[in-house]
Design a protein around this ligand. Structure first.
Ligand code: PLP
Length: 375
């Protein structure tokens, strides 16, 4: 069966009513068997597991082609579970254009654990290899990256990690399993903020880790979920399963809209630069073509001529694109990154990040035409 079919059916479970779609199981506790010891349903207490969470984890493991999936209350708790599992004093190699929130965690929450890191330009693999120290435990990648859409050669990263016995993680929030499967390129763990495309409607906060192998690392990190309790609620899991049923219907529209909008903006005299790996003149186009399928995703960033002032004016002058943070929903969003990222921000002051929704492309382009004409 194709993943499109499985995304609808995998993990679904029935209840006594014969309901076609799974119910939401809110109960926090589950009954023991007649022997007084066993749990015949496999469930005991909802911090350990819950049927809706189990269904969601099966769907996500299937989508990424992994042996096991662990879901969390947010994308950042999922990242924290990975960092915490490495132990005190570890060194991490992170991409220079890393999602701001992950950088914020390692810079502010873990220094007293001795966790330290190097930020490197991972589009140059030599820099990744050079950054390895005896304390290095992990290479974290993000591709396409947030917000500058740098594309990293995942096979190259996986090879370096294997050679030095390091763990490799790819934050696939922007790539999504529709466009790329890092595990099939040799990466050990896929990280997701399910808040974005997997949720798809800007109404669920969640995170997930999908492991190529069910082994001791996956088991240890699972204890941060089951013992530590960084869990998503049954309702959020149920909503996410519903979102995943339409995942394959939504993603091609995100991608074709993003490409058409990128092409329009790329020839516009008021735009200095369009960052979108689907454009043939983009510096990362060849690597992206090699490792992505079905298109290049629904995210792009632009540099607006005239600095921060014009960029902010454009962001707030659009009608369909809402000026708000986050991404991956059916609705289009635009955001001035520098002003939300604060002090640590490396985003250019005239950068606007665009999450292209699944509205009609003609309406989206017209919105930009009118907004740019008002600058
Ligand atoms: C949003 C985002 C995250 C963080 O996820 P939350 O669900 O907000 O905690 C991590 N990585 C990337 C690339 C993101 O866009």
């Amino acid at each position: 069966m194709h993943k499109q079919t499985k995304a609808i059916h995998t993990g679904n479970f029935a209840d006594i009513s014969g309901a076609v779609m799974p119910p939401i199981i809110l109960s926090t506790t589950f009954e023991r068997g007649e022997d007084g010891l066993s749990f015949p349903s496999g469930y005991m207490y909802s911090r350990y597991d819950n049927p809706n969470r189990h269904a969601l984890e099966e769907k996500l493991a299937m989508l990424e082609g992994g042996q096991t999936c662990i879901t969390f209350a947010s994308g950042l708790t999922a990242a924290m579970a990975v960092f915490q599992s490495l132990g005190a004093g570890s060194h991490l190699i992170l991409p220079d254009d890393i999602y701001f929130g992950v950088r914020n965690i390692v810079a502010t929450l873990y220094p007293h654990w001795g966790l330290h890191f190097s930020l490197v330009d991972m589009t140059d693999l030599a820099q990744v290899a050079q950054a390895i120290t005896p304390q290095t435990k992990l290479i974290w990648t993000e591709t396409p990256s947030n917000p500058q859409l740098k594309v990293v050669d995942l096979e190259g990263i996986a090879k370096i990690a294997k050679h030095h016995q390091l763990l490799s993680v790819c934050d696939n929030t922007w790539g999504t399993p529709y466009f790329q499967n890092p595990l099939s390129l040799g990466i050990d763990i896929v990280h997701h903020s399910t808040t974005k495309y997997l949720g798809g409607h800007s109404d669920i906060l969640g995170g997930a880790l999908i492991f190529k192998e069910q082994g001791t690392i996956a088991e240890f990190i699972r204890s941060y979920q089951q013992v530590g309790g960084a869990v998503p609620s049954p309702f959020d899991c149920w909503l996410l399963c519903r979102s995943l049923a339409t995942f394959h219907a939504r993603m091609p529209i995100h991608a074709s809209n993003a490409l058409l909008l990128a092409e329009f903006l790329n020839q516009h005299p008021q735009i200095e630069k369009v960052m979108y790996p689907g454009l043939p003149n983009n510096e990362y186009h060849l690597v992206a073509k090699k490792q992505m399928k079905n298109g290049f995703g629904g995210m792009l960033s632009i540099l607006v001529k005239g600095g921060q002032e014009k960029a902010l004016k454009l962001a707030s002058g659009l009608k369909i694109f809402k000026h708000a943070t986050s991404l991956g929903g059916v609705e289009s969003l635009i955001e001035h990154r520098k002003s939300i990222e604060g002090e640590l921000s490396q985003s250019p002051e005239n950068l606007l990040r665009i999450s292209v929704g699944i509205e009609h492309i003609d309406d989206l382009i017209k919105d930009f035409e009118e907004g740019l004409a008002k600058l």
